[in-house]
Design a binder for this molecule. Sequence first.
Ligand code: NDP
Ligand code: ZN
Length: 352
Amino acid sequence: MIKVGEPGWIETEKPVAGPLDAICKPIAVAPCSSDTHAMHGGAGPMENRILGHEAVAEVVEVGEMVKKFKPGDVVVLPCTTPDLAGEVKLQEKGGNNAHDLDSMTSFKFLTFKDGVFAEFFSVNNADNNLVLLPEGVDIADALMVTDMMSTGFYGVEMVDVNLGDTVVVFGIGPVGLMAVAGAKLRGAGKIYATGSRPNCAELALEFGATEIISYKDGNTVEQILEKEGGKKVDCVIIAGGNCNTMNEAIQLVKSNGHIGSINFYDVADTFTIPAFEWGLGMADITIRGGFCPGGALRAEKLLNLIKYDRIKPGKTFNVEFHGFDKIEDAFKLMDEKPKDLIKPIIYIDDLD
Ligand code: NDP
Ligand code: ZN
């Protein structure tokens, strides 16, 4: 991101490893909608920032205090890399380690430092953030763990999907697809998912959606409530849409129900809450918005789901590029979001 609205290439110094850091080079990377959103100014003004925060990588150098990793290790890198305080927060106190010092401060790439669309990048607190690629786990599946799966599943965790629940997932891009898959793993009964891209719809059905609702075919709330005979649903996960989607979610969820948003809104967005559907403010509807949890513990657990054949998330990548320079093409594709795209992957198989 050279500046807002202008993606391109920059030359910069190779990062130097601090005592707790690892320097890595990418093996496979993928663009996230948050990268393109940031490029358009959604995260505020930034200049000469290397984007990218989803990577499977090779360690090339470690700081003097790194104990668990060495050059040559192939690692999965969660996009959220808390400092130690964040990891302790996750283990001992509960809560989300995405907020190690303050709101989202564990999201170092993009926000505070250069990301993974680079020949070399630096990972803070390497021992607590990196995970060795487990034997038998495919690189594409592992790459989905770094952000999409952790984020989508967090939507499911925030709304506490229970056995037999009726769940609505707004959005069937890569994040929403993982929310659908996570809701199924947690035992949801009916899963409505909204979106219009046909490949995404097909994969959503494969991952566990029972009904696809196209927001382009009319009012989403009316379409779902009609199918439910007017009955409201247990939980709504928001992984797409716009600032009216929160309003729609409130119209859809029952009293005592839960709404969990993992969407990235714009700095200028505000929401309206329909008071009647919110029980005049007294319906005990929980509204949460959350960020992708990170760190090694989280990634290890998600990798377990892949290792033991509970999910094959790598199917989400339906366009494949090879070569470092192709990051640019993949990024443009992610920005344009053509109708047949789900998500591109780039295998960096041309770096020494
Ligand atoms: P996509 O753009 O691929 O997917 C968005 C989905 O929402 C699509 O299925 C789209 O439908 C659907 N949609 C669009 N408008 C509406 C509407 N009005 N009503 C219902 N559905 C609608 O995005 P991603 O899956 O890549 O990412 C989703 C969001 O998650 C982004 O905002 C991203 O920045 C954010 N994100 C957040 C993270 C976090 O930690 N909280 C981490 C990673 C990403 P269609 O099929 O027509 O395109
Ligand atoms: Zn992301």
